[in-house]
Ligand binder design. Structure first.
Ligand code: UP5
Ligand code: MG
Length: 249
């Protein structure tokens, strides 16, 4: 009898933790308070509608934008295909790299830190990038944002999803390394990017393998990753992108 009650208390604790981790309790409190206050004639339908609203806007009632993360190695074609997605679907393209390249121009310690990280293929501290993304996204909460090149590390993804909104899905551009290097070196002939040179490319690829690839496994656990083969010609890759995206929308 004592063992049974100990077991029950362990189960209870686990159940409490589950409810708290997944914010189930505040959702039910919200829904119950809502129907008590409004006394609708079809309370279950009203609860379902409120639940859908909550899913879109969060418990704080603030509207959240829709986010699609676009990830893949350096030169995988993220930027190229984001531009096409903007034209095809009216998404808003936010390249974390572009935001950081603009921010590094400022004459400040932060600007210098960003410049150094980019040249060395290191990851800029997450709070800097998240704050730039937040500012850019505040302008239009109805938009569907393609966040290109972010998150670079699992903890950045967790922080973004906690503070801003969970991503709808992740488009992952897959391509062999030798093709990536060729593309970047070719672009380096004209791009003026401080990281499109042999030495920086090596470092970018190492950072990608060690720190950024685990992000894909992380989102894969939530069944959110759509893999796109990006090794073909521009047209072939764009076809793959269109097929993937239209199956997800
Ligand atoms: N190209 C594209 N597709 C092609 C195809 N199918 N066939 C032939 N050529 C193709 O393409 C790269 C080049 O390849 C172009 O010349 C294109 O014409 C050609 P692009 O579409 O630009 O590829 P993309 O994946 O966008 O490559 P990019 O170099 O931008 O990727 P990175 O992830 O390396 O760069 P990003 O700008 O995102 O980041 C730069 C640095 O900023 C990072 O290394 C890091 O230091 C910092 N950063 C952070 O710290 N945090 C962040 O969140 C983001 C960036
Ligand atoms: Mg890019």
């Amino acid at each position: 009898c004592i063992n049974q009650s100990a077991m029950d208390s362990v189960k209870m604790e686990k159940a409490e933790k589950y409810l708290s981790d997944h914010k189930i309790r505040p959702v039910f409190e919200y829904l119950t308070a809502h129907i008590i206050k409004t006394r609708p004639s079809h309370p279950l339908d009203a609860m379902i509608l409120s639940l859908q609203e909550l899913k879109a806007n969060g418990l704080d009632g603030k509207k959240k934008p829709t986010v699609i993360f676009v990830l893949g190695g350096p030169g995988a074609g993220k930027g190229t295909n984001c531009q096409k997605l903007v034209q095809e679907y009216g998404f808003v393209h936010l390249s974390a790299g572009d935001l950081l390249r603009a921010a590094k121009q400022t004459d400040s310690d932060e600007g210098r830190l960003i410049a150094e990280c980019i040249k060395n293929g290191d990851i800029v501290p997450g709070h800097i990038t998240i704050s730039l993304l937040k500012q850019a996204m505040n302008k239009d909460l109805d938009a569907i944002y393609l966040i290109d090149g972010f998150p670079r590390e699992i903890k950045q993804g967790i922080e973004f999803e906690r503070d801003i909104t969970p991503c709808r899905f992740v488009l992952f551009f897959e391509c062999d390394e030798d093709i990536l290097v060729k593309r970047l070196l070719k672009r380096g002939e004209t791009s003026n990017r401080t990281d499109d040179n042999e030495e920086s490319i090596k470092k970018r690829l190492a950072t990608y393998h060690n720190q950024s690839l685990p992000v894909i496994d992380y989102f894969d656990c939530y069944d959110k990753v759509k893999k796109i083969n990006s090794a073909g010609t521009m047209d072939e890759v764009w076809d793959n992108v269109k097929k993937s995206v239209s199956s997800l929308l």
